[in-house]
Design a protein around this ligand. Structure first.
Ligand code: PXP
Length: 241
């Protein structure tokens, strides 16, 4: 199971003081050496953490794969085409939210999304869509010709252990298997940490998890290298020494 490490919150720390450090790119390079298979960053409309300069620096410096999360908005399309990440993951965005709160409504926005996706694809960028574990949404994504999804794991991550969590996990398992049957590359993310990642990492159809906050929080205490290695080991229990 691959890890794409989301470096947004190094930029959040920098922006807390409108300062020049820490540089997210530095964390990204250490994370790659510690086993991250990719780096993710979210360009938000309010630029509360990552900005265009970060994206340019990440694009130039990292050796793995750059995923940029962004809304399906004209301004973001221009930013993506300027930076040319390997992957754009389309997410819904509300200015007032602390973090992304759900998957993109593809069923309701099919037509507008189709043009947006075509523009990105023509620019040589692979498109992924952040989606709730909903069979109807996943089918709509496949119908649009998109070959990659990120299943929203936030409801699972936030549920108290017990029935609600098992139900959320079952929904993610079913969605992953339905998406794989449609030929989609299935990834997941949101709210995953060192305690809850195990059952998600064990889903056979999942190829990669996008994890940010929990790794950055641990990195603040033990360093980026240790924090990333700890997570990579949890994602690959059979390979752990
Ligand atoms: N996937 C998406 C689409 C996200 O918006 C985020 C948060 O930026 C993540 C994954 C990572 O979530 P977390 O920081 O909770 O690990």
């Amino acid at each position: 199971m691959k890890l794409s490490f989301n470096v947004d919150h190094f930029a959040s720390l920098r922006q807390a003081r409108r300062a020049a450090e820490p540089e997210p790119v530095l964390a990204a390079l250490i994370a790659e050496q510690a086993g991250a298979a990719g780096i993710t960053a979210h360009l938000r409309g309010d630029r509360r953490h990552i900005n265009e300069r970060d994206l340019r620096m990440l694009r130039e410096a990292i050796k793995t794969k750059l995923t940029v999360e962004m809304a399906a908005a004209a301004e973001m399309k221009a930013a993506a085409l300027a930076v040319r990440p390997d992957i754009v993951c389309l997410v819904p965005e509300k200015p007032e939210e602390l973090t992304t709160t759900g998957g993109l409504d593809v069923v309701g926005r099919r037509k507008a999304l189709a043009a947006h996706i075509t523009a990105l694809t023509k620019g040589g960028i692979k498109v992924s869509i952040f989606v709730d574990p909903s069979p109807a949404q996943i089918r709509a994504i496949a119908d649009l010709g998109v070959r990659k999804i990120e299943i929203h794991t936030g409801v699972y991550a936030e549920a108290a252990p017990g029935q609600a969590r098992e139900k959320a996990l079952d929904e993610i398992r079913a969605a992953a298997s339905a998406a794989a049957r449609l030929g989609l590359d299935v990834t997941g993310g949101h709210g995953l940490d060192y305690h809850n990642v195990g059952p998600i990492a064990a889903i056979p159809e999942m190829t990669e998890l996008s994890i940010g906050f929990s790794i950055v929080a641990r990195a603040a205490i033990v360093g980026v290298d240790r924090a990333v290695r700890d997570m990579v080991a949890l994602l690959n229990p059979r390979r752990a020494r």
